[in-house]
Ligand binder design. Structure first.
Ligand code: HEC
Length: 317
């Protein structure tokens, strides 16, 4: 152990500059083709580039996606004492309901789960009843039928299946958003991911940071980058230079009734926080329990040490 530690430190010092460089987002050089809409992160083929000398140049600089890393925002649910801002989650639900749900499903969330956002049973029932749901069981004539939603129903999907969604939206189907905040966090690279586990930093907000960066990060494509028709340039997109989702939010689009600013920035923060809640609804309880467990373990360790001293007190070394 005494030898291992310096060896590890030395390896860290040698590797940091090398790995650090590999993690830097490379600027797209030369002609960069858009990745296929909906391409999986692994298949992001944005680096295959044009012909000739320029092509060789571009090939030697395969871009790393995302081209820009998401900014780290401060979230109420970050850190060991994180808690939800219920007002923010309610606003985020409103943004999802009025904007995102036109394309994205949230199949793993039931209406009754919204009780956790501070809504009463009546409000949840009223919200569910706004939707028409196809009952999972047929009626006495054997026909499927529609009825108003009830709290135990899952949120309905805007499209009957992913193929229909893709056909309506230019070839890419919008992913289900139930777990997206957990599914998308941009790699932080060595050595940052090591520091992320330290108790006083505990960075675990990569998902909402990414969604916020994506929603606010649309730009005009630089002159030397061509993107596929029907896609929109966004240097924050995790698997290519452009994605098939048009910028979904704009200033003043959703009316907030609590006086929060109706800006793109605020909408994006709120909906990202809401998606984090959807992906991990028990985050606050988990952190609170973890804190109590840590206190208990520290107390227990001190007690064990004192007991050990007592038990071995009369034994000569
Ligand atoms: C007009 C339809 C439409 C609307 C409205 C819409 N999206 Fe999308 N969204 C898409 C499509 C299509 C894709 C797939 C893009 C691709 O893979 O190229 C997508 C992809 C995404 C992704 C995944 C990006 C990734 O890393 O793979 C996220 C996150 C997302 N949308 C969030 C949202 C949020 C939040 C809203 C509401 C503010 C929203 N979308 C509104 C169509 C839409």
């Amino acid at each position: 152990m005494r030898k291992l530690l310096p060896a590890l430190l030395a390896a860290g010092v040698v590797l940091t500059p090398v790995l650090g460089r590999a993690q830097e987002p490379a600027a797209p050089a030369g002609q960069v083709e858009g990745a296929a809409p909906g391409a999986a992160p692994e298949s992001g083929s944005g680096g295959e580039a044009a012909t000739g000398a320029e092509g060789e140049h571009a090939a030697s600089h395969t871009p790393h996606y995302p081209l820009k890393k998401p900014a780290e925002l401060s979230w109420s649910f970050a850190g060991p004492f994180g808690h939800w801002d219920l007002g923010q989650l309610q606003r985020g639900l409103k943004v999802y309901k009025e904007v995102c749900s036109n394309c994205h499903s949230m199949n793993l969330v039931s209406f009754r789960n919204f009780g956790a956002l501070g809504y009463s049973d009546e409000q949840v029932r009223a919200l569910a009843a706004e939707y028409q749901i196809t009952d999972p069981a047929p009626n006495a004539q054997g026909e499927m039928f529609q009825r108003p939603g009830i709290p135990s129903d899952r949120l309905p999907s805007p499209f009957p299946n992913p193929e229909a969604a893709a056909a309506a939206l230019g070839g890419a189907h919008p992913p289900d958003l139930s777990l997206i905040a957990k599914a998308r966090s941009v790699e932080r690279g060595f050595p940052r991911f090591l520091f992320d586990i330290l108790p006083w930093s505990q960075y675990a907000e990569g998902g909402p940071d990414y969604i916020h960066a994506l929603l606010t990060g649309y730009e005009d494509a630089p002159a030397d980058v061509t993107i596929q028709p029907g896609t929109y340039y966004n240097p924050h997109f995790i698997s290519g230079p452009a994605l098939a989702m048009a910028p979904p939010l704009s200033e003043g689009q959703v009316t907030y009734d609590d006086g929060a600013p109706q800006t793109l920035e605020q909408y994006s923060r709120d909906v990202s926080a809401f998606l984090m809640w959807a992906a991990e609804p028990h985050l606050v309880e988990r952190k609170a329990t973890g804190f109590v467990v840590m206190i208990f373990l520290i107390g227990f360790a001190i007690m064990l040490y004192l007991v050990k001293r007592r038990v071995w007190a009369d034994t000569p070394h």
